[in-house]
Write a protein that binds this ligand. Structure first.
Ligand code: ZN
Ligand code: ZN
Length: 67
């Protein structure tokens, strides 16, 4: 019905929560859009730069790392 709504709407790939408020955040691992509830900010050492960097990782990728 309304095309305007579609432009800004994003959807979390974990819980299918969709919103047109603000922007979805892309996971640093899989680059899929994720809502805040399913994203965790982690600090990882980048072996190339030797610096810690903040990454936002979705729960699916977190589980993958733990196995
Ligand atoms: Zn979600
Ligand atoms: Zn992910």
């Amino acid at each position: 019905m309304s095309n305007e709504e579609k432009e800004t709407r994003w959807m979390c790939h974990i819980c299918d929560y969709s919103s047109n408020v603000g922007e979805g955040i892309a996971c640093s691992e899989c680059y899929k859009i994720t809502c805040r509830q399913h994203l965790t900010t982690t600090m990882d050492l980048n072996p190339e730069s030797g610096l810690y960097e903040f990454r936002q990782v979705c729960v699916a990728c977190q589980l993958k790392d733990q196995i």
